[in-house]
Design a protein around this ligand. Structure first.
Ligand code: ADP
Length: 263
């Protein structure tokens, strides 16, 4: 004989089984998505590596095969091959960084003056900026140090990537302005603003994806790997902070990120 109680137990059991099935289903979907993501990533990586590799190979093979006596042409071809190899090196370094960041990095928290770090990055990128006559500047004089708690080397990388982009996608004779302001209760917001080519609204949601570029040829021209902003996002989010972008095509872009103040 079946008691009322048994029904209740069975109902509970079915409910439990349904929950387990649903959970497993979600896990399988997640794994499928991850696998698609992995395949796409590998496809992108091999495509990105192939271009400079074949270019370098092409120049070297031409030099080996052809009977080129013009010394000037020799040098030109070798320079082109060297440039492609430099690009390969650059992409591999960025890939290496991305894979470290994605496998969960240990942050090395320390207290430092963000104004000094920005100044150091300005010094580092001054020559690059000068080539386009772009001025790297603060929005005002920062009389006092502003201390933050973060991984200094990683935040330096964030600033290098954002300020380099402001130069790469900036207009000749333009300006890159950095500001540091209070944000919410215990954060600063650091803004990197340029008056460069800007970004179309439709491209903004995908900007931080790996290998996403608005204009492929422009990115390649300055040796971009298409990984810079993705690296920036990973670093900022590993600090449990936020990153924002605001841009108007034709007039310029502002990339901002928050940092925890020393309190
Ligand atoms: P890349 O190596 O191509 O510069 P990033 O990940 O740094 O790769 O940037 C992705 C894309 O976002 C760039 O290819 C460019 O189209 C766009 N972008 C990034 N920063 C800016 C900026 N300051 N102004 C305009 N476009 C930008």
């Amino acid at each position: 004989m079946v008691h009322q109680e048994d029904y209740t137990d069975l109902d509970a059991l079915f409910l439990e089984i349904e929950k387990v099935i649903e959970k497993k289903h979600k896990e399988i979907t997640k794994l499928h998505n991850r696998e698609d993501f992995r395949k796409e990533f590998i496809g992108n990586v091999s495509h990105e590596l192939k271009t400079p590799l074949f270019t370098a190979q092409g120049y070297i093979l031409t030099l080996l095969d052809d009977d080129i006596s013009d010394k000037k042409l020799h040098k030109q071809y070798l320079n082109k091959a060297a440039q492609s190899i430099e690009r390969l090196d650059f992409i591999i370094k960025d890939l290496d960084m991305i894979s470290k960041l994605e496998s969960g990095m240990d942050l090395n928290y320390e207290v430092f003056n963000i104004i000094k770090l920005i100044n150091d990055v300005f010094d580092m990128l001054e020559i690059k900026a000068r080539k386009k006559n772009i001025q790297l500047t603060f929005d005002r004089i920062y009389d006092f140090p502003l201390f933050v708690r973060a991984d200094m080397k990683r935040i330096e990388q964030v600033l290098i990537n954002l300020i380099s982009n402001s130069i790469n996608y900036g207009k000749t004779d333009g300006t890159t302005t950095v500001s540091v302001r209070n944000y919410l209760k215990d954060q600063f917001i650091i803004k990197v603003k340029d008056n460069g080519i800007g970004i179309d609204k439709k491209d903004l949601p995908r900007l931080f994806e790996r290998f996403y570029r608005v204009d492929k040829s422009r990115s390649r021209k300055h040796g971009g790997s298409g990984l810079g902003l993705s690296i920036v996002k990973h670093i900022v989010e590993a600090h449990k902070q936020q990153i924002f972008v605001d841009s108007v095509k034709g007039s310029g872009s502002t990339f901002s990120f928050t940092l925890r103040k020393l309190v």
